[in-house]
Ligand binder design. Structure first.
Ligand code: IMP
Length: 192
């Protein structure tokens, strides 16, 4: 079985990826590596931050590794919050405050186009590859729904009348930015 580190401790992301890649690949989390380092995400692009995380683990442990980074990009805000999505309204990563900041800045702007973008960086045998998943949609005028996390209550995916937070997790995970990026990674790994 080939060993691959997923540089995350997010249980949901891990189970999503393991369900597809095991048993061919053994997917190892940061906690299982005993790595609790606060890896600084200092790049100003999603690709850059995904690479920083993957490279940190690859260099420290000498293991093949992949990492992801995600952002919500709002067209009328020039792509904000983008790479700063987690801490848009401050260091606390408070979903409610982050959503309020987006809604306040947008005001009654009629251009509400937005997308979620996930980039995965994979370092395998010293070779780096990137996989991107993107879903387009619009920003609602107020939060709706209880499911999901982050900006889900204000993001309405294209072709839907409801927000991500009003979809159940199975439904969201079929169409989400992260699922699309993971599918590309999986297709790449399965061809190897
Ligand atoms: P991360 O790179 O996956 O940690 O995501 C960074 C930030 O983007 C999170 O803290 C959330 O605020 C936001 N985010 C990422 N993925 C999603 C999603 O699927 N729905 C809503 N917000 C998300």
């Amino acid at each position: 079985m080939k060993k691959l580190v997923f540089a995350t401790n997010n249980a949901h992301k891990l189970s999503e990826v393991r369900a597809i890649l095991e048993p061919e690949y053994s997917i190892v989390s940061l906690a299982e590596l005993n790595c609790f380092d606060d890896i600084p995400e200092t790049a100003d692009t999603l690709d850059g931050n995904a690479l920083i995380k993957a490279k940190y683990i690859h260099d420290k442990f000498g293991l093949d590794c992949f990492a992801d980074d995600t952002g919500l990009e709002v067209e009328a805000l020039g792509g904000e919050p983008g790479v700063y999505s987690a801490r848009y309204a401050g260091d606390a990563n408070c979903a409610h405050e982050n959503m309020c900041k987006v809604l306040d800045k947008l005001g009654d702007n009629t251009n509400r186009a937005a997308c979620f973008r996930t980039v995965i960086a994979l370092i395998q045998r010293d070779e780096t590859s990137y996989f991107e998943g993107r879903i387009d949609g619009t920003i609602a005028t107020q939060p709706r729904g209880e499911n999901g996390f982050g900006y889900d209550p204000i993001f309405v995916p294209e072709g839907y009348m409801v927000s991500f937070a009003q979809l159940d997790s199975d439904e969201k995970n079929k169409i989400s930015h992260r699922a699309l990026a993971v599918q590309k990674l999986v297709r790449f790994l399965q061809k190897k």
